[in-house]
Design a protein around this ligand. Structure first.
Ligand SMILES: [Zn+2]
Ligand SMILES: [Zn+2]
Ligand SMILES: [Zn+2]
Length: 359
């Protein structure tokens, strides 16, 4: 795709959000962020999250499979909520006071290998990690019925705001729903009222329709493929990774269950095994295209607020992955309009064409 593109795209989930896609060759490329290289050592003697240094963290809340040879370890966060990692996706500063006086903040040490990247972890380990998020989320919600949202997220690499290099994710239990989740919930509910359909399901259907092949009625051979899966990056049996049509970040990807499900906590073990495959392949594609990808990811699931029941048909849980490749410029910060200099179609094509190993 070499055609120059210059258009404002409206986010179909959150129509108040828009992005300017401007790919004209004459455009000055956005200044690439000087990425400090990520730490890929398997073990670091001084790291509080490495095996053998368990006494350097607060006592473990949970270890899997056991205390000594653990693969995943959950600990209480030692640091104030916004002090640990520079940037918390999904949290605006207004929430800080609420969280400081309340709420829970836990660190999940994702793997015993210090510097392992997600796409280097085994399928079963990634599935275990997301089963751990799910189970922990369940426990937290059950522990206090005043909790409205449990946010699971990961910052990977210095560019993504991770201050501790050992691979880890975090879980924050909040008495309020983060604004950007509430906006998604409200808009998808309005969409549902109007169209009697979940907007996320509609977008998946649309993406899959692009995959349609035209078969010859007599011979049964493929006669023509229509724009094969323009926005589809990966597809499993139960999950799909999609490049959003109005991506704010050049390499942003969302992973969603193919059949409607509002609550991440309802994902079965089997679901999460398929999810792990789709996520590992997606991360491998990002790594192949970007080389050592640094990113944030966060889970959006139905909030536990008063409208829980009525949002079940309209909300659809998903994982948003936002790789960090450039710093937002003054125009973006001042206008709130993100500028994307690689068209989502072009990015999707590069990601799909990346050569990755699938075991
Ligand atoms: Zn470590
Ligand atoms: Zn849906
Ligand atoms: Zn979302």
């Amino acid at each position: 795709m070499s055609q120059d593109l210059r258009e404002i795209r409206i986010n179909p989930i959150v129509p108040s959000e828009s992005v300017l896609v401007a790919t004209a060759r004459g455009n000055r490329p956005k200044k690439a962020e000087e990425l400090a290289p990520r730490d890929s050592r398997p073990h670091v003697a001084t790291c509080p999250f490495c095996r053998g240094n368990e006494d350097k963290t607060p006592p473990a809340i949970q270890t899997l499979p056991d205390d000594i040879n653990w693969d995943i370890r959950i600990v209480e966060n030692l640091y104030p909520v916004l002090g640990d990692d520079r940037e918390q996706p999904d949290l605006n500063l207004g929430l800080q006071q609420t969280i400081d006086g309340y709420g829970r903040h836990e660190v999940i040490i994702d793997h015993s290998n210090h510097g392992i990247a997600l796409h280097e972890m085994s399928y079963s380990h990634i599935a275990l990690l997301f089963k751990t998020y799910r189970n922990r989320m369940q426990v937290l919600y059950e522990s206090d019925d005043r909790l409205r949202y449990v946010l699971a997220f990961k910052n990977f690499g210095p560019a993504a705001g991770a201050s501790i290099p050992h691979t880890h994710s975090q879980m924050i239990a909040l008495p309020v729903v983060p604004d950007n989740v509430q906006v998604e919930v409200d808009h998808s509910h309005q969409y549902y009222e109007k169209h009697h359909n979940c907007v996320f399901c509609s977008l998946i259907d649309e993406a899959l329709t692009f995959e349609t092949r035209i078969y010859d009625r007599e011979s049964g051979e493929v006669r023509r493929k229509i724009d094969v899966g323009q926005y589809v990056i990966e597809r499993g049996e139960k999950f799909i990774a999609i490049k959003p049509f109005a991506s704010r970040y050049e390499w942003e990807i969302h992973i969603l269950p193919l059949t409607h499900q509002a609550d991440f906590k309802d994902a079965s073990d089997e679901d999460l095994e398929d999810f792990a495959t789709v996520l590992k392949h997606t991360m491998a594609r990002l790594d192949a295209v970007l080389g050592g990808v640094q990113y944030n990811y966060f889970l959006h699931s139905i909030p536990h607020n008063r409208s829980f029941e009525e949002n079940i048909p309209s909300y659809h849980w998903h994982l948003e992955i936002t790789p960090r490749t450039s710093i937002p410029n003054g125009f973006e910060l001042g206008s709130g309009l993100f500028v994307n200099t690689i068209s989502p179609e072009e990015a999707a094509e590069q990601l799909r064409n990346a050569e990755i190993t699938k075991e």
